[in-house]
Design a protein around this ligand. Structure first.
Ligand SMILES: [Zn+2]
Ligand SMILES: [Zn+2]
Length: 160
């Protein structure tokens, strides 16, 4: 397991590789990667930044696939459970995980100016959360941290 200051590979920038990795994973585990599950994951990958459930539905429709919102939410829950997708509550959007093969707590740097999100996974933060929760007698189900701010690009361009 590695510690990332910043991820060196970014699934969002290479959707084909990520999709192939997902195909291989589901083939290996025998979990059904149905056409709708695959399509939704592909839409999230190709979005390039976090995407809301409504936009996912719209894009499915653009591809001539009519899906009920409830089935899309079910697919999203499935993808989160399988660790291929993270849900960002702050901005109510979904993004592909950069290291689904590696179970991790995750921290997200969310730019309030351009909406870009960088996933970082710092074991020191994971550890602090685990210890703090243990002390409080709190059982963590989803140790996800969302950090709002301004990304390097926006800060440099003086947009924010
Ligand atoms: Zn992740
Ligand atoms: Zn930005």
């Amino acid at each position: 397991m590695s510690v990332f200051a910043h991820h060196t590979h970014d699934f969002a920038s290479d959707p084909d590789t990520a999709l192939a990795a997902a195909d291989a994973f589901f083939q290996k585990t025998g979990v059904r990667f149905t056409p709708l599950r695959r399509r939704v994951f592909e839409i999230i990958l190709r979005a390039g930044k976090p995407i809301g459930a409504y936009d996912i539905l719209e894009r499915l429709r653009d591809h001539g696939k009519i899906a009920a919102p409830i089935s899309v939410y079910r697919v999203l829950d499935f993808l989160i459970e399988q660790r291929f997708v993270h849900r960002l509550a702050t901005i109510n959007a979904y993004m592909a995980c950069v290291t689904p093969e590696d179970p991790h707590a995750a921290q997200f740097l969310i730019c309030q100016s351009c909406g870009s999100v960088t996933e970082i996974s710092d074991q020191a933060v994971d550890k602090a959360i685990a210890e703090g929760a243990r002390t409080a007698g709190f059982r963590v189900s989803y140790p996800l941290v969302e950090i709002m701010g301004v990304c390097a690009d926006c800060a440099r361009d003086g947009k924010a």
